[in-house]
Design a protein around this ligand. Structure first.
Ligand code: GLU
Length: 508
């Protein structure tokens, strides 16, 4: 068989915000397509009108663009195989449903929901299949005239696949190997419903993968149970030759305990499970997103790529380009991948460190403005350079730097107790006098002056420096003391020391 161009698709149903597991599926499809010089398609599977949520499609597009997962064709991108929204492809599906009916691979069934319910109550583990279909109301047991009459009278019907019993169905999965199941365990799934003139997911999915010349179906593990039916559909259509290869990705598991990662885990443990913030159009409820929580897209991509796959080396920091080179779908794990949120923060920390001070300052400036800081008056880049090694997110910067912009209002009691002992106010008063004489507040220069003054007077180095810090910062933490005084300058440093002398009272 001639080598076909690799074509993959990401085929979400617009039923709400894209879950982080769905993002990983899109990412793996993208990595696979790009490493094979192939195309990536965005297909929207919206045949279930009951579950349609407005805004979900735009959300999916915006989220993946933010992350740098790019499509070559599809909804919003155009292409030769459209339309790419399934709700716009009704005529196509009807044609293929008829093809299966004519070939005797599918049949029409009139059983009402009540009749089906009655059967389920009557027969334990009832399924609609070769054993039971003879006792149901369908075109296999009725004559054609009767079927035509019911349809003409407007009776609602469905089309079901006619599954031949006792055949081995092999799903050849790139991750799981050959999975064989017996067709007798499958039921005659509904492919089409006359009520809304729409196919079900199964039919639309197979027809579209075929028509869009999809070569590889990479999707979540939850679709593995549908795969044997899909193989049978390819057979029924006579499309085995060009059947895509399957890869069912491992589940994303809760950070602790067992089971699938859910939105509730995120709410409980305080992390987002969606790429972007999402406001539910019905309830108005807001779910947090990675973007709004301050994650860099590169960090999210790197973090997600390693949930279910790794390059087989110690290397953890991988750019999109490196991922495209190294990703290997066959090396994905079969077992679920635990969602380690702390690791996500670590990735963001690493990627923030790779940004320049100017880039980080850019992210910090809106936060400063919100706090009412006159940003023009400060060298924000310099301030960022002093604390960036301590942050995971741009939003952490305020807690690390607020004392550059505002004098302390309170002083940490435990630090007062430890450092502001008897005699300390006298020493700090002398320090004020010393600083008043100094013109050069450059970090190294002032450090030399202050340290030699401490040495000459034989003051306690740790206590004196920490008392100095307590008055300037409000507590005994922060970057190098003389970097702080350089930034805030002579006047502010002296003013804070004087306020400290006034306000800090030794505690017993
Ligand atoms: N519409 C399905 C979903 O929402 C697609 C499954 C598949 O990729 O075949 O995940």
């Amino acid at each position: 068989m001639e080598q076909r161009k690799v074509r993959v698709r990401f085929a979400p149903s617009p039923t709400g915000p894209l879950h982080i597991g769905g993002v990983r599926t899109a990412l793996y499809n993208y990595l696979f397509a790009k490493q094979n010089g192939g195309d990536m398609i965005l297909r929207i599977e919206d045949t279930d009108s009951q579950r349609f949520v407005p805004g979900a499609e735009d959300y999916i597009i915006t989220a993946l663009e933010w992350l740098g997962v790019k499509f070559d064709e599809g909804v919003n991108y155009g292409g030769e195989y459209g339309p790419y929204r399934q709700s716009e492809r009704r005529d196509i599906y009807r044609k293929y449903v008829n093809q299966l009916l004519e070939a005797g691979k599918a049949y029409i069934a009139f059983d009402t929901p009540q009749e089906l319910e009655a059967k389920r109550n009557e027969i334990a583990n009832f399924q609609y299949d070769a054993k039971t279909r003879g006792a149901m109301r369908n075109s296999l047991v009725m004559d054609k005239a009767e079927v035509d009459k019911l349809i003409a009278e407007g009776e609602k019907y469905v089309v079901r696949i006619k599954i031949e019993p006792d055949e081995d169905v092999v799903v050849d999965d790139m991750i799981r190997g050959k999975v064989t199941i017996n067709s007798s365990v499958l039921d005659d799934k509904v492919l089409y419903k006359s009520a809304d003139d729409l196919p079900t997911y199964h039919l639309a999915n197979i027809v579209d993968d075929h028509l869009m010349e999809v070569t590889h179906v990479i999707r979540g593990e939850e679709w593995l149970p549908s795969a044997p039916l899909h193989v049978l559909l390819y057979r029924a259509f006579g499309w085995e030759e060009t059947m895509p290869r399957f890869a069912h990705l491992p589940l994303l598991l809760k950070p602790e305990g067992n089971g699938k990662l859910s939105k509730r885990d995120g709410d409980r443990l305080g992390f987002p499970v969606f790429p972007l913030e999402w406001k539910d159009p019905k309830s108005g409820e807001i779910s947090s997103g990675y973007r709004e929580s301050g994650y860099l897209p590169e960090a999210v991509v790197n973090f997600l790529a390693l949930l279910g796959w790794n390059p087989g080396t110690e290397q953890e920091l991988l750019s999109m380009e490196e991922l495209i080179k190294l990703f290997n779908i066959e090396k994905c794990s079969k077992a679920g991948a635990k969602f380690d949120y702390e690791k996500g923060k670590w990735f963001n920390h690493k990627y923030i460190q790779e940004k320049s001070d100017a880039e980080i300052a850019e992210m910090f400036i809106p936060i400063l403005k919100e706090k009412g800081v006159d940003v023009e008056a400060y060298n924000v880049e310099k301030i960022v350079s002093l604390v960036k090694s301590r942050i995971n997110f741009a939003k952490d910067l305020w807690a690390q730097t607020s004392f550059f912009f505002e004098a302390p209002q309170t002083y940490a009691e435990k630090d007062i107790r430890k450092r502001w002992k008897e005699g300390m106010p006298q020493i700090i008063t002398e320090l004020v006098a010393l600083l008043e004489k100094e013109e050069n507040f450059a970090s190294a220069a002032l450090e030399e002056v202050v340290l030699s003054w401490i040495a000459k007077n034989e003051y306690h180095l740790g206590n004196t420096m920490n008392a100095f810090r307590l008055a300037v910062v409000g507590e005994c933490r922060g970057p190098h003391m003389f970097d702080i005084t350089e930034v805030i300058g002579k006047e502010e440093t002296i003013a804070r020391l004087k306020t400290g002398l006034d306000k800090i009272k030794p505690v017993e």
